[in-house]
Design a protein around this ligand. Structure first.
Ligand code: B12
Ligand code: SF4
Length: 441
C-alpha cells in the first residue's frame, strides 16, 4: 500500500497558489507521521510550496495536514484526490479546532495528537473498516516517540549554507505552553501543561539525524527555565548550532541566555507582539513588559544570538504612527529580523470567540473566503471601523520600513560577530517583499 502525506501550500490575496524555490525549514509533521507508518507500506511526503503534487501517481491513502491559513488549499487537494477515488484523511491544528468542517471534505479525520490514532487508522484502513473520526486523549508522557523520517528530506529544496549538506532539521523537545495568550492556537491544542520529552531521547534523535544545524520547533523552549538550563547543558557537548523560540521573560535570565549561546543557539524568535501595555492586557499577554524589551535585545546581542522579533499588528489601538515607532525601536536595538503578523482570529481561540460575538468577523469561517475576497475582508476576516487601519496594511508598511536598505545599514553597520548570515537573509527578504509580502509568511 502507498500512503502519501501532504503539507499543502496556501493561496495568496489574488487566489494564486504560493510556490517558492526553497523554504527555510522542512516540515516535521509530515515526516513524523511517515515515521508511524508500518514498514511494510510505502510512504512518501509532499511539501507543496516547493514541489508539485502528482495526482496521477498511484496512491492508496492520502493524509493531509491542515492549518487555518492552508485550509482552502487543503480542501481543494482533497477534492482532487476524491475525484480520483483515493480516500483522504485530514488532521492537524485546524481540523482539531473545526472538526465538522473538515469531516465534510475527508473520508476520515484525526482530532488532536495522533500517536495513538494514526497507527490505528492505518490498521483499520488495511482491514477495510475506516471510521469517520479518530480521537484519543493526548499522552501524558512523551517518552520513546518515533524519530521523524529525516531521510525523506530533499536538501535541495531548503535553504542551507554553502558548506552544509543538510538544511535546518526540525526537532520537537516538548509540547504545551503555560501561558494562555488569547490569539494563540497552541494552548488550545497542546494544553497549558508543559510535557517534555526525555533529554536522552532528544539527544539520540539529534545524533541519529547526522545534521549539525537544528530548529527546535517548540513554541517556547524556555517556558520552563529549570528544564531549559538542564537541556542546554546536556546538548552543549554535541557542538550543534540551533534556532529556537523564547519568550520575553528571558530579559531577567542572563544565565539562561548565556547557556543557550554556549550550547549553540545562534538565532531566536521572540514574541513581543506589541509595545502597548493596554493591548498586551487585552490579549492576556500581561507577562510581556515593554519597558524590559531593551533588555531582551541587550542580552541577545551580548551573546551574538540573532533576534527575530515578532509583533502582531491590527489591534484596535494600532496606528501607522505607533507602528513606525516600533520599527524605529527595532532598528535602534539592531534586531536581525522582524515579523509584523496581521492580527488573526484562529478558530478555537478566545480572540476568535470575542470577535465573533462582537460581530467583528466578515464570516464565521473567514478562512474559506480568503481566495475569493482576500483584501476586501482584510485578509484575516476582521471588520475594522473607517478610522482604523487594518492589520495587513500596517504589516505591509512595517515590513517595507524594517527591511529597507537604510534600516539594514543602521542595523548591520558596523559589522558585528555572526551577523553576515542575517544581513544576506535581509537582502533576500527585501527582494521578496518587492514581489509579494504574503510570500514571507
Ligand atoms: C515550527 C512552526 C513554524 C515554522 C515551520 C512551519 C513548517 N513548515 O513546518 C515556521 C516558522 C516556518 C512557521 C511559520 C508559520 N506559522 Co507556524 N508554527 C510552528 C509551530 C511552533 C510548531 C509546528 C510543529 O512543527 N509542530 C510539531 C508537529 C509534530 O506537531 P503537529 O503539526 O501539530 O502534528 C501533530 C498533530 O497535529 C497531528 N497531525 C497534524 N497533521 C496531521 C495530519 C494527519 C493526516 C494526521 C493523521 C495527524 C496530523 O499529528 C502530529 C502528532 O501528534 C506551531 C505551533 C505548534 N506548537 O504546533 C506554529 C503554528 C502551526 N504556526 C502558525 C502560523 C499561523 C504560522 C504562520 C502563518 C505565521 C504566523 N502568523 O505565525 C507561518 C506560515 C508558515 C507556512 N507558510 O507554512 C499557527 C497556526 C494556527 C492555525 N490555526 O493554523 C501555529 C499553531 C502557532 C500558533 N501559536 O498559533 N511556523
Ligand atoms: S507564550 Fe507564545 S506559545 Fe505560549 S500561549 Fe502565548 S503566544 Fe502561545
Amino acid at each position: 500500500m502507498h500512503i502519501k502525506i501532504i503539507l499543502p501550500s496556501f493561496y495568496d490575496e489574488h487566489g494564486n497558489l504560493v510556490k517558492t524555490k526553497k523554504v527555510f525549514v522542512p516540515c516535521i509533521t509530515i515526516r513524523y507521521l511517515a515515521a508511524m507508518v508500518p514498514n511494510h507500506h510505502r510512504v512518501s511526503v509532499v511539501e507543496e510550496s516547493v514541489e508539485d503534487i502528482d495526482y496521477d501517481e498511484k496512491v492508496d491513502l492520502v493524509g493531509i495536514t491542515v492549518q487555518t491559513f492552508s485550509a482552502e488549499r487543503a480542501y481543494d487537494v482533497a477534492a482532487e484526490y476524491k475525484k480520483r477515488g483515493v480516500p483522504v484523511v485530514m488532521g492537524g491544528i485546524h481540523v482539531t479546532a473545526v472538526p465538522d468542517e473538515a469531516a465534510l471534505r475527508a473520508d476520515a479525520i484525526v482530532v488532536g495528537e495522533a500517536e495513538d490514532t494514526w497507527p490505528e487508522l492505518i490498521k483499520d484502513f488495511e482491514n477495510n473498516r475506516l471510521k469517520k473520526r479518530y480521537e484519543k486523549p493526548a499522552r501524558d508522557s512523551l517518552n520513546n516517540l518515533p524519530y521523524p523520517r529525516f531521510d525523506l528530506i530533499d536538501p535541495q529544496k531548503y535553504i542551507r549554507s554553502f558548506f552544509n549538506p543538510m538544511p535546518l532539521i526540525p526537532i520537537q523537545t516538548g509540547r504545551g505552553c503555560s501561558h494562555n495568550c488569547d490569539f494563540c492556537a497552541t494552548t488550545r491544542f497542546y494544553g497549558e501543561k508543559i510535557r517534555h520529552r526525555p533529554i536522552e531521547d532528544i539527544i539520540a534523535e539529534i545524533k541519529q539525524s547526522k545534521a549539525t544545524t537544528f530548529f527546535f520547533v517548540d513554541d517556547n523552549l524556555t517556558a520552563d527555565y529549570k528544564w531549559a538550563k538542564e537541556f542546554f547543558k546536556a546538548i552543549k557537548p554535541l557542538q550543534i548550532k540551533y534556532h529556537c523560540q523564547m519568550d520575553t521573560l528571558i530579559h531577567a535570565k542572563p544565565e539562561l541566555v548565556a547557556l543557550a549561546a554556549e550550547s549553540g543557539c545562534f538565532h531566536c524568535y521572540v514574541g513581543f507582539e506589541s509595545q502597548d501595555p493596554q493591548v498586551l492586557r487585552s490579549v492576556n499577554k500581561r507577562f510581556n513588559q515593554p519597558e524590559e524589551y531593551k533588555n531582551v535585545f541587550r542580552l541577545l546581542n551580548k551573546y551574538n544570538i540573532a533576534c527575530y522579533a515578532s509583533f502582531i499588528v491590527g489591534f484596535d489601538n494600532d496606528t501607522m504612527g505607533g507602528i513606525k515607532y516600533t520599527v524605529n525601536f527595532l532598528v535602534e536595538q539592531k534586531a536581525a529580523f522582524a515579523a509584523f503578523f496581521p492580527l488573526c482570529p484562529f478558530p478555537g481561540t478566545p480572540l476568535y470567540q470575542r470577535l465573533k460575538s462582537d460581530n467583528r468577523l466578515f464570516f464565521d469561517d473567514w478562512w474559506l473566503h480568503k481566495r475569493e475576497l482576500g483584501e476586501k475582508m482584510n485578509h484575516t476576516g476582521i471588520k475594522y471601523a473607517d478610522n482604523q487601519t487594518p492589520g495587513y496594511v500596517l504589516s505591509y508598511n512595517a515590513l517595507h520600513d524594517f527591511y529597507s536598505y537604510s534600516s539594514m545599514a543602521k542595523r548591520f553597520l558596523p559589522p558585528r560577530k555572526n551577523t553576515m548570515f542575517s544581513f544576506l537573509a535581509n537582502i533576500d527578504i527585501n527582494h521578496r517583499l518587492r514581489s509579494s509580502f504574503l510570500n514571507l509568511l
